[in-house]
Each structure stands twice: as C-alpha cells, then as structure tokens.
Design a protein around this ligand. Structure first.
Ligand code: COA
Length: 415
C-alpha cells in the first residue's frame, strides 16, 4: 500500500526535539525525509543522555525514525552548493535553528525562493515577532512563556512544568499541520510559502482553557470549580488549580488501594453530572442523589472537596484497576494514573503500534512511540533512525554527484 505523503521530499534541517518530531511525523506519513547534519557531530541529541557509550541515544533514535541522514558542512562553500542542490530537489525545508542562523548561512527566504519558488520553508522558533523574537528557547522556557507553568501545580507551591513536551513535540505537531496545509495550498497556487510555528504560540494554543478562565475571573472574580472556591481567595491571574478538571465536569486525582507504597496508585475521577446518581450508589451515599445540597451540579460546587474526600474513601478500598472496572460498568468517567513502566508493558498499545519495538544496529532492541495518528490507507511502519551520514553517498548520487566528486568533497570537509 502507498503512503499519504509518497513523493514529498523534505529537507530536514532540524535538531533537538521540536523540529525532529515534526519531520518524523511527515516521514511516518511517507515523505522522504533527508536529515542534514554536521559531519563528525550530527544532531546534538545523538550524544545527549546516552545510556550506552558511543551509541546514538534514545533521545535521538526516538525522534528520527524513517529518515535518511546526510552530512554537509553548510558553512563550507562547496557544502553550500550541495545544500542548494537539495533545495532545488525538495518540496519543504524544515528548520528549528536559533533565530537568524539560516540567514547567516546565506539561505534567506529570498535566496531559497530564487533556487526553488515551490519550496515551503517551515520553521519552529521560540517566539513570534515581538520583544523575544531573537531568543533561543527550549521546552520549559516555552511552557513558562506560553502560560502552562503559571497554571500548573498547586496553589501553595511554585509554578510547575509538565512532563508532556508540549513546547517541543507540541510545536512540532503544529508545524507538521502547517506544512501539509501549505503543500495543499501549493497545489492551487504553485508557490511555496513560509510556515512559522512559535513555541509560545503552540503552548498557549494548548492552554486556551486558562485564557478562557482569565476572562471569567476578570468578569466575576471567582471560579467555582477551582479548589480555591469557596474558602480560599482569588487574585488577579488564573491560579494553579491542582488536579481540578479544566472542563465543566469537576474532577480530581484520588488515592487507591496501595497508595502508601505505590506512587501511582491513584485514579482520576470525574463527577460527571449525568451519572451523579450512579456515583452516589457506588460510593454508598445514595441520599446525595436527592439532597438539594448535592443533587445538582451548581449545588455541589461549594462541596467539591468534601465530595471528593467521600469518593476517595471508596477508591482507597480498590486498586486503580478494580475501581476502573467498577466505574466503567456505570459509565462513570475515570482513568488510572499509569506509570511509564505500565504503559511500556501494556499489550494493547503494542498491538495498535502506539508503542513499537525497534531494532538498531549498534543499540539493539528498544521501545519507542509509534505514530499516534492512524490513517487507514497509509499505515505507519516505524523504521530505525539513521546512523550519522549513513545516506550521504546515496543522496549525493541521487543529486547527480559521481563517486569521485563525493570523495573529493569528503576530503575537502564539505560533506
Ligand atoms: N553545518 C555547519 N553549520 C551548521 C550546521 C551544518 N550542517 N548545522 C547547524 N549549523 C550551525 C548554525 O548555522 C549555527 O551557526 P551560527 O550560530 O554561527 O549561525 C550553529 O550551528 C548553531 O545553531 P543554533 O540553532 O544556534 O544551535 P544551539 O545549539 O546554540 O541552540 C536551540 C539550540 C534549540 C536553543 C536553538 O536552535 C533554538 O532556539 N531553536 C529554535 C527554537 C527551538 O526549536 N527550540 C527547541 C529545540 S527542541
């Protein structure tokens, strides 16, 4: 079976996490992704957080599947010519260098357009135009500047960053959507365009419910589903809400059997209004189903802490999986707090290809996430990440270079 992006050639000038997640997705959808790296060094993540000496790290391998790797010194005049040849041959150039780096290399938007007017140039930057546009940015900076950190954590503690890499992988996802959209528009216009996904914007897009809450707070001075209500106080900005649900159905994380020794013996419990009577039955508080202080969602808001404490008395008598089984029988929305160990061992995730075991020539077998987006006509086969420069000769030959020319360029340090 063919792949959705068969025939699309991506010049992958990305490094670290945000850009590589984007190009990995495009590769999973079938694009030919040619990753350009510096000879001898390559993407810095190849050597970061290594668990096996002299072997590409999991950080690198898990972000660069299904790609080819070519080494080019893009500051060397002859190396630049190779890059120019690639620009002429490819459909999309994706980069996430620090602001201005591509221009300093001599590859401005104007120059790229001269070389290939159909080229789409897609960039991740930390910030869009404005006071911080020249700043270098990593994941947690974006989480802080995009509103996630100030709204994550508990009211009595400092801002907290989340383990979900919403700044890097989240922005990579945004950029991938921008690229396929630009490719689609190109079928009408015949022209390339620039695509920018700023990490601050991507994080804010994912935090939109907190911007919603800022405006609710400005208008009413309170938010009744927040743990600060009714006994605490609200300031001017959206406070950290602990584990409160970001939606209209109150929720919280509750202890389950074994919580004293297992840090993940917890369940997320949602007191969804349509199943309130069933919740009351399950936890043995049948009277709450009709008691005017508890019977309606509005009446329950001032009592949420007490309600969750009562539900927790019940969840503490069950393991998270037992609780899950019982609650699901009654369509009560809930979810176990799964550890990474439990997720890695979960057979259903292996079956769907969401977690995949990959074999690597120097590392051996390892686990990685597969494509989270499943297309029925474009299945994803996860292939190992390339070794540094593994495809240099192959790609150079496709560009028309002879073996003698390739060897001369290598001797000159251009590739
Ligand atoms: N040949 C020659 N030079 C190369 C090269 C190649 N193949 N590939 C990269 N370089 C050069 C660049 O031209 C740049 O040189 P310059 O500073 O002289 O212009 C240099 O390598 C370093 O690039 P830079 O992007 O500044 O890397 P860094 O390691 O200092 O910074 C980031 C890393 C992530 C902070 C920065 O790239 C950044 O802010 N990117 C945008 C936001 C982003 O994506 N952040 C998330 C990363 S997960």
């Amino acid at each position: 079976m063919g792949k959705a992006l068969d025939g699309v050639r991506i010049l992958d000038f990305t490094h670290v996490q945000s850009g590589p997640t984007c190009t990995q997705l495009l590769a999973w959808f079938g694009a030919d992704v040619i990753k350009v790296e510096r000879a001898g060094a390559g993407d810095i993540t190849r050597e970061q957080l290594r668990d096996i000496p002299d072997v590409d790290s999991l950080y690198f391998t898990m972000l660069n599947h299904n790609k080819r790797s070519i080494t080019i010194d893009t500051k060397n005049p002859e190396g630049k010519l190779v890059l120019e040849a690639l620009i002429q041959k490819c459909d999309v150039l994706v980069e996430n260098f620090a602001p201005g780096a591509l221009d300093r290399m001599g590859f401005t938007w104007e120059r790229i357009q001269e070389l290939n007017p159909r080229m789409i140039v897609a960039s991740v930057k930390g910030f869009g135009p404005g006071p911080y546009e020249d700043c270098k940015v990593y994941e947690n900076v974006a989480q802080c500047a995009g509103g996630a950190a100030s709204t994550t954590g508990f009211d009595d503690g400092p801002p907290v960053v989340t383990g979900a890499q919403i700044g890097d992988s989240g922005t990579g996802l945004h950029l991938a959507l921008g690229i396929v959209t630009a490719l689609y528009q190109r079928t009408q216009t015949g022209r390339g365009q620039r695509v920018l996904a700023a990490m601050q914007d991507g994080v804010l897009n994912l935090c939109r419910v907190k911007l919603r809450d800022q405006q609710r707070l400005d208008r009413t001075g309170t938010m009744k589903e927040y743990p600060q209500y009714p006994n605490g106080s609200f300031g001017e900005a959206v406070p950290r809400a602990g584990n409160a649900s970001g939606g209209g159905q109150p929720g919280w994380i509750l202890k389950c059997k074994g919580w004293e020794t297992d840090p993940n013996a917890y369940i997320y419990f949602i007191t969804q209004a349509p199943v309130w009577a069933k919740i009351c039955n399950v936890i043995g508080k049948e009277e709450w189903a009709t008691d005017p202080d508890y019977a309606t969602p509005a009446a329950r808001l001032p009592h949420l802490k007490e309600i969750f404490a009562e539900i927790e008395r019940w969840t503490m008598t069950k393991t998270k999986f037992e609780a899950m089984q019982i609650l699901n029988k009654y369509d009560i929305p809930c979810g176990p707090i799964l550890s990474m160990k439990e997720i890695a061992e979960e057979p259903s995730l292996r079956k769907t290809g969401t977690i995949v075991e990959v074999d690597h020539p120097t590392r051996g077998k390892y686990l990685t996430v597969g494509n989270p987006i499943k297309l029925s006509d474009s299945p994803t086969d996860v292939k190992r990440s390339p070794l540094l420069g593994e495809h240099t000769d192959e790609v150079m030959a496709e560009l028309g270079y002879s073996p003698q020319q390739i060897s001369a360029l290598r001797t000159a340090g251009a590739i």
